[in-house]
Design a binder for this molecule. Structure first.
Ligand code: HEM
Length: 488
């Protein structure tokens, strides 16, 4: 009897699957049929950015991949990405409460990055921008945080030069980038040797290391793998504990007339708010977690790519980048962000690093809170939609020689910086990266400051650093070292 019931259920599942695979009755975007229960994510993973354009050749620029029981709609190519992310930004500005989001955020889908489109997300995002203005960070304030960090970076590199000169960039960039955010949110920077700070960096790195499984085909099975999601939860709780302790301390020392940082501004707002306010202490905690998780590894990884590409391209380093720095700044003048106006080649080089690295090749998932029609297909509400930015950053329609590192991709015939519309390293539309202006300043200023004082060389036993990224949520170079030398 039990056997018959099982066979009947399996038969029904198989028929249902066959019916949907063959007739697509709900007019979902097309895609591989996949296997019952498992789906077809294995066809796109692990190297989504490479495999998605190939699938698009077969199924068109909008297609569906099944991840277990869920459907994920992928967008490949500029036209469809622009339509969803920019032109119909409001229709597709939400985030689904996916398993991945729950693992990364726990149950508290408040704050900015994982929050669905709605009043809480809007209030927290708006608050972030207004805090930047209040603290002067929208003008020169954030630049000061970044510029103040430069002597510490240079100091670290001096120490490395005094030893064997072998530089493993994440050791320095993780600390520098985290410090800029620490200054913004907590009001102070830390010494690179500070034990509490080192622990925070270690937890953050460990989190990204473990989270690389989240980009693998089996991510929807994560909750079934004993221990893995628990370990990620454990790391998140540790960061959360750190953030909570800072908020508590800020509450005790708060001077409403003189807000020192992001936490003070937010607490001031909470103290004055009425019942309708969408801000809350949970929103504060989650927003800070967002800034740390979205703002550290991304920026630090891009800087690691910058060092790698420049070491692999010594002619660009010496004859173009350093020559421009020498002409505009000389050896001793600290760079300012406005100097980029006089340093188009350096700015173009940073942009080209971002394009070639495309560290967020498939962006963050978007979704709609209502049923939508897209390209003639039906996309039900709360279906995850993912844009393949890699497909536009390497599209020969927009770039002369897409697979070659060439800053001229961002220079016009007069040598001025020009940025094609198909360049979207920070996403776009309503969900565009909130930290974009902070990241741009960090990338330009740290890059110029390092190349001003040091030159980068391949270690003696190497003729090329590996440009193929390792696995992960964001595409990062595999661990490498370069030889650095003082320029004077
Ligand atoms: C090179 C560095 C960075 C890159 C490439 C980058 C890229 C991105 C991308 C692609 C998105 C998704 C946009 C979308 O959903 O369409 C995003 C979102 C976000 N980023 Fe960044 N980011 C960087 C640095 C930062 C920094 C420094 C911060 C914080 C200070 C930050 C905070 C955020 C937040 C909070 C979101 C979520 C926005 C929302 O959902 O409304 N990012 N970023």
């Amino acid at each position: 009897m039990i056997f018959e019931i099982v066979i009947t259920i399996l038969g029904a599942v198989l028929l249902h699957w066959l019916f949907i695979a063959l007739f697509n009755p709900w007019r979902y975007p097309p895609g591989p049929a996949g296997l019952p229960l498992i789906g077809s994510l294995h066809l796109a993973a692990p190297e989504f950015h490479i495999k998605l354009p190939k699938l698009a050749k077969k199924y068109g620029p909008i297609f569906t991949i099944k991840a277990g029981c869920r459907r994920v709609v992928f967008l490949v190519g500029y036209d469809v990405i622009k339509e969803v992310i920019t032109d119909r930004a409001k229709d597709f500005a939400s985030r689904c409460p996916t398993i991945v989001a729950r693992i990364v955020r726990g149950e508290g889908l408040d704050g900015i990055a994982a929050s669905p489109y709605g009043p809480k997300w809007m209030a927290n995002r708006k608050f972030f921008y207004s805090a930047m203005r209040t603290m002067g960070l929208g003008k020169r304030g954030i630049e000061k945080c970044v510029v103040d960090e430069i002597p510490y970076i240079v100091g670290e590199l001096e120490n490395i030069c005094s030893n064997d000169g072998l530089f493993e960039p994440s050791s320095v960039f993780d600390s520098a980038v985290l410090n800029v955010l620490a200054y913004f949110t907590f009001g102070n920077r830390y010494s690179y040797q500070d034990e509490k700070f080192k622990e925070l960096i270690h937890i953050n790195n460990d989190f990204f290391q473990k989270s690389k499984f989240l980009n693998q085909p089996q991510f929807f099975l994560l909750t079934l793998i004993p221990g893995l999601d628990k370990h990620i939860f454990f790391l998140i709780r540790k960061i959360n504990k750190f953030v909570k302790a800072e908020i508590k301390q800020h509450r005790q020392n708060l001077d409403p007339e003189n807000p020192r940082d992001y936490i003070d501004c937010y607490l001031n707002e909470l103290n004055q708010m009425n019942d309708q306010s969408e801000l809350s202490e949970l929103g504060l905690e989650m927003s800070i977690m967002d800034l740390f998780q979205a703002g550290t590894e991304t920026t630090s990884t891009t800087l690691r790519w910058a060092i790698l590409y420049l070491a692999n391209n010594p002619h660009i380093q010496a004859e173009k980048v350093q020559q421009e720095i020498d002409e505009v700044l000389g050896f001793d003048q600290l760079p300012q962000y406005e100097d980029r106006m006089r340093m188009p080649y350096c700015e173009a080089t940073v942009l080209e690093v971002q394009r070639m690295a495309t560290i967020a090749p498939i962006g963050l998932q978007h979704c709609s809170e209502d049923d939508q029609v897209l390209g003639g297909y039906r996309v039900p509400k709360r279906t995850s939609i993912v844009a393949c930015y890699h497909s536009i950053h390497f599209d020969p329609k927009f770039w002369k020689n897409p697979n070659k590192f060439d800053p001229c991709n961002f220079l016009d015939s007069n040598g001025k910086v020009c940025i094609p519309d198909a360049f979207m390293p920070f996403g776009g539309g309503l969900r565009i990266c909130v930290g974009m202006n902070i990241a741009k300043q960090e990338l330009f200023l740290f890059f110029v400051a390092i190349l001003q004082k040091f030159s980068l060389h391949l270690p003696d036993d190497m003729d090329h650093l590996d440009e193929k990224p390792g696995p992960g949520i964001i595409l990062a170079p595999k661990i490498y070292r370069v030889q650095i030398k003082r320029r004077a």
